[in-house]
Design a protein around this ligand. Structure first.
Ligand SMILES: Nc1nc2c(c(=O)[nH]1)N=C([C@H](O)[C@@H](O)CO)CN2
Length: 117
């Protein structure tokens, strides 16, 4: 199966389990891989037949900024469920990185999940 991907989507949001985190905005970075048959869009050069990565990105940003969340696990599950439902996809991989949560973890910390419809 082909994929459409969104890499390094940065979203400022209220994220964290500790009280001090509930009063600030922090960055999360999303890497998404979505199963999609790209051949119809390629054959016709028609965006309406493609999985529009700009629409996916906007949906993810809107969801993540809609309310405070404590865990990156929760963010990942909600994003995966949204993408599967809104874009009728068979599976999605969601990686959520919290880049500044652990000072010594220079590549960030986070979770990665794969969910099927
Ligand atoms: N598995 C997780 N561990 C931790 C999380 C999390 O969301 N998932 N969150 C925190 C705190 O919010 C931390 O990021 C504050 O720096 C700690 N561990």
């Amino acid at each position: 199966m082909d994929k459409v991907f969104v890499s390094g989507l940065e979203v400022m949001c209220t994220i964290g389990a500790y009280d001090w985190e509930k009063t600030i905005q922090q960055k999360l970075i999303f890497d998404l891989e979505m199963a999609f048959d790209n051949r119809p869009a390629a054959a016709t050069d028609d965006l309406s037949l493609a999985l529009d990565y700009a629409r996916v990105s906007q949906s993810v940003i809107a969801l993540v900024q809609s309310e405070p969340i404590e865990l990156v696990e929760t963010v990942a599950e909600r994003v995966a469920a949204l993408i599967l439902a809104e874009f009728s996809l068979p599976w999605v991989k969601v990686r959520v990185t919290k880049p500044h949560a652990v000072l010594a973890a220079r590549g960030g910390v986070g979770v990665e999940i794969i969910r099927e419809a």
